[in-house]
Design a protein around this ligand. Structure first.
Ligand code: AMP
Ligand code: GLY
Length: 426
């Protein structure tokens, strides 16, 4: 089978690393990829959002399956574009990707199908939004409706802050068209977990549990990022809760999407808040999590490719992923300054030494190749990942690998995985 993976971050490196081990793979390509991905796949110089360029590459390279990493090409309709030329795509249609593409649509969907989520209201007009905020009081959450590169969510501690967020989104249009509507919702309290699986429109195959670390500094301080590290399994989700999330959240979502005429085939990723009243959906993503995919696929025993094909073609029934019993931890090494401004182009050393360590692998996110050297090329640079018998041992191993790697201005959190420790028996 000839496979093309779309994207060029850590998640796509993990997908390529795993797919490259498949018994069913003949040839793997990635567009546009990064320096690390070039070890597993042949890179195609086309950006992830250039649908016409991708369509041309797919026919020239005689691709049998396209696996889409990021949300943007899905929201642009890459599935419809490629299926016009008869190529199956792993990833939802444009109409199904609305679950991530519009927070207002998603919330209305969740409420229609009685899927647990924070209370909310949608507004187009600033005066009514502010009035609602004053009635409800703070803390309260203000969200731009559309995709805003992870920056469109404001957790407001005060009424003034929430009103200011409404002003930024609806009046100043700081997020452009993504801010033509706002969702104002309840501020949920609890611990977050990522619940990810794949669907063929009817059935759902869950991945193992995982937890991301969204804030840039230790102890969840500083601004939100795309994710500074992740681990799997996440003991905050008990086995009983795992089954309840499938029965009360994931399957009702898949059935609801079908009933709406928006059959959902691809990755379904629920960002959950585990509240005292049980798990509630914060948001849906129509793609794998980044960095959660790195530790998840590092402990996946099953061959991933047959699952992706089955989801794309609609025959996932009865398929279940097998997991390595060991835990895995991924520490993101980022460019200092991220998620704000940062410098790039610095040479990275020590990746090969880190990769020599037992059950350890360095996934690349923002890297590029220059004069035979690997240099930094993005905010999140590497996802240093290790697998061990226990979470504490995996944490230690991941940080031991981080110690081997150097680049100017490197920043990583020092507490990845620590939250899991309170759930473990001593
Ligand atoms: P989202 O893009 O909707 O996942 O929001 C980004 C982050 O904001 C989430 O991962 C949470 O940390 C936080 N968040 C979003 N919605 C809420 C909410 N209703 N209550 C508390 N925190 C939230
Ligand atoms: N790690 C969070 C995300 O992929 O959205």
């Amino acid at each position: 089978m000839r496979v093309l993976v779309i994207g060029g971050g850590g998640r796509e490196h993990a997908l390529c690393w795993k797919i490259s081990r498949s018994k069913e793979l003949k040839k793997l390509y990635c567009a546009p990829g990064n320096a690390g991905i070039s070890e597993q796949a042949e890179l195609v110089k086309v950006s992830a959002e250039d649908l016409e360029g991708i369509a041309r590459a797919v026919s020239e390279l005689k691709i049998d399956l396209v696996v889409v990493g990021p949300e943007a090409p899905l929201v642009l309709g890459i599935k419809e574009r490629l299926e016009k030329q008869g190529v199956p795509v792993f990833g939802p249609s444009q109409k199904a990707a609305e679950l991530e593409g519009s927070k207002a649509w998603c919330k209305q969907f969740l409420s229609k199908y009685k899927i647990p989520t924070a209370w909310f209201e949608v507004f187009r007009d600033a005066a009514s939004a502010k009035k609602f905020i004053r009635v409800k009081g703070a803390p309260i959450v203000v969200k731009a409706d559309g995709l805003a590169a992870g920056k469109g969510v404001i957790i407001a501690a005060t009424v003034e802050e929430a009103e200011q967020a409404v002003e930024e989104i609806l009046v100043k249009r700081s997020f452009g068209e993504a801010g033509s509507k706002v969702v104002i919702e309840e501020c949920l309290v609890g611990e977050e977990a990522s619940f990810i699986g794949i669907s063929d429109g009817e059935n759902f195959a869950a991945l193992a549990t995982s937890q991301d670390h969204k804030r840039v500094f230790d102890d969840d301080q500083g601004p939100n990022t795309g994710g500074m590290g992740a681990y799997s399994p996440a003991p905050v989700v008990s086995e009983r809760m795992f089954n309840a999330v499938i029965a009360d959240i994931m399957l009702p979502t898949i059935r609801g999407m079908k009933a709406e005429g928006r059959e959902y085939r691809g990755t379904l990723y629920a960002g959950l808040m585990i509240t005292k009243a049980g798990p509630k959906v914060l948001e849906y993503n129509c793609r794998f999590g980044d960095p959660e995919t790195q530790p998840l696929l590092f402990r996946l025993q099953s061959d991933l490719l047959p699952f992706l094909v089955a989801a794309a073609k609609g025959n996932l029934q009865g398929m279940k992923f097998d997991w390595h019993p060991e835990a895995s931890v991924c520490v993101v090494m980022a460019s200092g300054g991220y998620p704000g401004t940062y410098r790039k182009g610095f040479e990275i050393s020590g990746i090969a030494e880190a990769n020599k360590l037992d059950r350890t692998f360095v996934f690349h996110s923002g890297t590029a190749q220059k004069d035979g050297k690997v240099i930094t090329a993005g905010g999140r640079v590497l996802g240093v990942t290790a697998r061990r018998e226990t979470i504490p041992a995996a944490i230690e191993a991941a940080y031991a690998a981080v110690e081997k790697i150097n680049f100017s201005d490197a920043h990583c959190r020092g507490d990845i995985g620590r939250k899991a420790l309170s759930y473990l028996k001593t």
